[in-house]
Design a protein around this ligand. Structure first.
Ligand code: PMV
Length: 355
């Protein structure tokens, strides 16, 4: 797929114009962990798209002399942030071949998150996808390209991926896969794809309670963690396992088999952290509270009827997945038994994003 845009002139405009997009975070059920080259995943992954945890980005742009440079001013939560501004400028410089207008415009970028700053939940998926959607919207408005929804989302996903791998999946509602796998002939390592079937109704109303065990910055970044997979003694077996898990999970998402869902999803979460622990050097991102919450969830599941499960991202926080039908019971359980392990009693009540 060619996402490059010819060096054609921008459709004329002289005044200030604006685009604004929201994009959510996502929670991986099949984890992307390990990459090659320019953000190409070592294995395919799958995530649920969230709805309440999102980034909103607005770009106000005006024409400037094309001197080959990118010119931006960046505000995060209405405040100047030079560190982020620098990162975004470098990222945009890499995108000139896909968006030649980047050297012809001055961009005022303003971004904010729906979730509290203090939550310490990774926001690169929502922020990079929101930025990618805005850039594609500028292209759509002024070049007449990306008019079809599919083309628009595919390029947005491709651009988001270049910023942060997992961000590629955030542009699709419900759930998305990213990475090539045989069961979907149009899947790609370069961008994510929506599911090729309807999600079974039991999963369509799924909730994700994000239990904030710690809001401190990660000891080891995801970039470093992906890097350690290059020398990892279990890498080959892991990448095979992910492909098998994906195949099984796709069937489960079609047929609504919640027990198998729980088995695969928890195994993926624990495998992710086992890979971190068995890297060289090994490291641990879970906290004591993470393990205590996992034990409580597994004990609670012994009760008949309620089928909740956990997953983890690359950090100590626990995502608790459950059906909306069980939300009263599960949320009482969170209040009574799990909040004590959460930093400042913080948890975020999220759910799968529908269209
Ligand atoms: O997109 P990155 O580079 O932040 O990596 C994300 C990795 C995990 O969140 C642990 C898994 C995933 O697939 O989202």
């Amino acid at each position: 797929m060619n996402f490059k845009l010819d060096q054609q002139e921008l459709l004329a405009f002289s005044k200030e114009e604006k685009v604004r997009k929201q994009s959510p975070s996502n929670i991986a059920l099949i984890k992307y962990w390990g990459k090659k080259g320019n953000q190409i995943p070592a294995n395919p992954s799958l995530s649920f798209t969230l709805s309440k945890s999102f980034t909103e980005t607005e770009i106000t742009y005006t024409p400037k002399k094309d001197d080959g440079t990118v010119s931006i001013h960046f505000l995060f939560e209405k405040t100047e942030n030079h560190k982020f501004e620098h990162k975004i400028k470098i990222f945009l410089e890499k995108l000139i071949e896909y968006f030649p207008f980047l050297t012809k415009l001055h961009l005022k970028i303003s971004s904010s998150n729906s979730f509290p700053h203090s939550a310490g939940i990774a926001s690169s998926a929502s922020s990079m996808s929101a930025l990618a959607l805005c850039l594609c919207e500028i292209e759509k408005k002024h070049y007449g390209t990306l008019q079809l929804e599919d083309d628009f989302l595919r390029k947005s996903s491709f651009i988001a991926r270049l910023g942060s791998g997992s961000a590629a999946r955030s542009v699709f509602p419900y759930a998305a896969t990213w990475g090539e796998f045989v069961e979907n002939p149009v899947s790609s390592d370069e961008y994510a794809s929506p599911l090729t079937f309807d999600l079974h109704p039991v999963f369509r109303n799924y909730r994700d309670a994000i239990l904030i065990v710690s809001n401190k910055a990660k000891k080891v970044s995801s970039t470093a963690g992906h890097g350690l997979m290059h020398q990892h003694p279990f890498a080959k077996a892991r990448f095979e396992q992910a492909k098998n898990h994906l195949k099984l999970l796709l069937n489960v998402l079609k047929n609504g088999d919640v027990n198998t869902f729980i088995e695969i999803v928890e195994n993926e979460a624990l495998t992710l952290h086992a890979l971190m622990m068995s890297s060289n050097p090994g490291y641990i991102l879970m906290e004591p509270g993470t393990l205590q919450i996992i034990e409580k969830i597994r004990a609670y599941r012994e009760r008949p009827g309620i089928k909740l499960c956990f997953t983890l991202d690359a950090g100590p926080n626990v995502h608790l997945l459950y059906s909306a039908n069980d939300s009263d019971n599960v949320e009482k359980f969170i209040q009574k038994e799990l909040l004590t392990y959460c930093e400042n009693n913080l948890w975020i009540k999220d759910k799968i994003k529908s269209v």
